[in-house]
Design a protein around this ligand. Structure first.
Ligand SMILES: Cc1ncc(COP(=O)(O)O)c(C=O)c1O
Length: 354
């Protein structure tokens, strides 16, 4: 029945999200969710929204939330755009700022949604190989382009690019938009938001899904100078004027106003990550240095797919990417609680001993 489809749909290769199994009692380390819950103030704010006012549309521009995000980052509200998860914000950024005659650039190993947006919006792109040690080399991006986008820390590698290198990239790309996707920055890096005032082509995209433990609320945002934010708003209002419902706006604002909570849960994740990396290294795994809430690791004697399958048999789910071939030996493992990571280590010890 695909004769009913629009022509562009035939050529789409949609993003495949990590599995969300319906089974209980799994150790779920496959989608980089936070193992701790959000601030109790978020839950109170969300409950308070369950009221008669649900019959009314939410604020289409999320003004209070944008002011809260601006206050947290020390910018002005006209430098903030919010969307239904950072995936939606990224989608709008591709459409609004990255669709030009020249191809955009992103790493060959990176967030697999980027090529999907290129397919959807018919944006030419060129992938730039990471180095042997899975690092982004800024010099490779100092070439004419229609824009640059990558996560920092990168996903699924977890490797961080130093802020000084991002500034070098910006200085060398004055004519094209540079999008830094900071989905994981709160777990070990320094944000590029501080560079926004000096670089009119910089857009920083962030999410409350990971560090704020709010993947289920679907809130992401972008920070950039007002001319970039206006472009995002034009696309948003040509697509869906009310992307954030009343629960999302209220909950996200409460979370931005309670930084002590999310900073403390991030610190717990980082402490667990340190122990996990040490234990896995001790078991013979090569673990890339991670500044994120996940690690990327391979064992010299065990295939990635085989390890993932053996863990699954023990009710532990991690993420394995078959492509590109260079990363097929690796597992991407979300840092869970100490208890979850201990269960993972016990299972891995048994598996690699076989
Ligand atoms: C690098 C990167 N960017 C963006 C996202 C999207 O996050 P969300 O749409 O939940 O904000 C993810 C989610 O896994 C990610 O890994």
């Amino acid at each position: 029945m695909s004769q009913y489809w629009s022509a562009v749909v035939h050529g789409l290769t949609p993003y495949v999200p990590g599995e969300q199994p319906k089974l209980a009692n799994l150790v779920k380390l496959n989608t980089n969710e936070n193992p701790y819950g959000p601030s109790p103030k978020v839950l109170d704010a969300v409950r308070a929204e369950a009221a008669d006012t649900l019959r009314l549309y939410p604020d289409p521009n999320s003004d209070r939330l944008r002011a809260g995000i601006a206050a947290y980052h020390g910018v002005t509200a006209d430098q903030v755009f919010v969307g239904n998860g950072s995936d939606e914000v990224l989608g709008h950024a591709f459409m609004a700022l990255l669709k030009h005659a020249r191809p955009i650039l992103f790493p060959d190993i990176s967030y697999s949604f980027y090529p999907v947006y290129c397919g959807l919006y018919e944006i030419a792109h060129r992938t730039i190989p990471l180095t042997e040690s899975f690092e982004i080399r800024v010099d490779d991006y100092l070439t004419p382009n229609g824009g640059v986008v990558f996560p920092n820390p990168n996903a699924p590698t977890g490797r961080l690019l130093a802020l000084g290198e991002i500034e070098r990239l910006l200085a060398g790309n004055p004519d094209s938009v540079v999008v830094i996707d900071e989905a994981y920055i709160d777990f070990g890096g320094e944000s590029a938001v501080g560079l926004v005032a000096r670089y009119p082509q910089l857009l920083v995209i962030r999410t409350l899904s990971k560090s704020h433990a709010l993947a289920g609320l679907r809130v992401g945002y972008a920070i950039g100078q007002p001319h970039l934010i206006e472009a995002l708003g034009r696309v948003k209002d040509s697509f869906n004027s009310y992307p954030l419902d009343r629960f999302a706006q209220a909950g996200a604002l409460a979370s931005m106003e309670d930084p002590a909570w999310f900073e403390s849960i991030c610190a717990k994740v980082v402490a667990t990550r340190t122990g996990l990396v040490a234990s896995m290294t001790g078991m013979g795994f090569d673990v890339l240095p991670s500044a994120a809430n996940f690690i990327f690791a391979r064992h010299p004697e065990h295939d990635g797919a085989e390890l993932a399958a053996a863990l699954r048999e023990r009710s532990i789910i991690v993420r394995h990417f078959k492509n590109p071939a260079r990363i097929a030996p690796f597992l991407r493992i979300t840092v869970g609680t100490d208890e979850q990571c201990n269960a993972l280590l016990t299972a891995l010890k048994a598996i690699v001993a076989c």
